[in-house]
Design a protein around this ligand. Structure first.
Ligand code: FAD
Length: 232
């Protein structure tokens, strides 16, 4: 399972996930109201109905039993700086101390690509930065030379989140108000989650998938209710 974007080189793969996450969380939820243990309560035909009711009641801890791990490559440090603000998640990020970035490797925003003068300025600046970085790296340790590298340089990161945190993450980061690169990442993660766990992630996405936009005057005015029940 993988999704690619040509423009940024972003590549998102679902490395691992709780097997039968929908059924496991439903059984966990059922066990709260049963004399029997969750192992005896695994069923396949009514996960959607049961989990919908339990989570709808605000019993969100039930979906913490489902965990998803993603391998993300070719994203910028602009993105990962925002990503790691999500505290109920685990991250392992490529080190700039131990992995020298000898060749220029960076994300180019579409707005820059669309304007030839901006694109040329951007590329020239990156070349100069990497030239200085490589020269500095011969004199000082990589951990110090890296201070000169730009926010746009690419990195790889492994992310693990439980389903409760993922729903929160998708609510914030699939929204039109989120910055485009992290929105691109979160939409790819959501599509991967929906493939393996359609019940838990049925109504996942920005708040306008589920109801009115909470952004008030800042709303983009483009409700995405049509995303409900559909792959992103
Ligand atoms: C459109 C957008 C613009 C943003 N702009 C800025 C900005 O300009 N500057 C900036 O600094 N950040 C900005 N952020 C980041 C934002 O402030 C949050 O840090 C980030 O979205 C993580 O959200 P969170 O804290 O809800 O989630 P997580 O860290 O993923 O936590 C999930 C939930 O767990 C609970 N929780 C976690 N930790 C605690 C705690 N210590 N105490 C109590 N409850 C806790 C909360 O309910 C929280 O919502 C922006 C985010 C978005 C989506």
């Amino acid at each position: 399972m993988e999704q690619k974007t040509g423009d940024t080189g972003m590549n998102v793969r679902l490395l691992a996930h709780t097997p039968d996450a929908d059924a496991v969380c439903t059984a966990a939820g059922r066990s709260c109201y049963s004399e029997r243990p969750s192992a005896d309560l695994l069923r396949e035909n009514d996960n959607e109905k049961v989990l919908g009711v339990i989570v709808g009641m605000g019993h969100h801890s039930v979906i913490e039993h489902a965990v998803f791990t993603f391998s993300v490559e070719g994203v910028s440090r602009v993105l990962t700086h925002q990503l790691v603000r999500h505290r109920i998640a685990s991250f392992s990020q490529q080190s700039q101390r131990y992995v020298p970035l000898k060749a220029p490797t960076y994300v180019v925003p579409d707005s820059v690509k669309a304007d030839p003068r901006s694109a040329a300025l951007y590329e020239n600046t990156m070349e100069k930065i990497w030239d200085a970085y490589n020269r500095l790296s011969e004199i000082v340790p990589a951990e110090d030379a890296r201070y000169i590298l730009p926010n746009g340089c690419t990195t790889n990161i492994t992310i693990t989140m439980n389903a409760r945190e993922l729903l929160h993450f998708f609510s914030l980061r699939c929204c039109e108000r989120a910055q485009w690169e992290i929105r691109d990442l979160s939409e790819k993660m959501l599509a991967l989650c929906k493939e393996v766990s359609p019940v838990i992630f049925r109504d996942a996405g920005p708040p306008c998938v589920r109801g009115p936009c909470p952004e008030g005057k800042l709303s983009c005015g483009r409700p995405r209710c049509s995303l409900r029940n559909h792959a992103v």
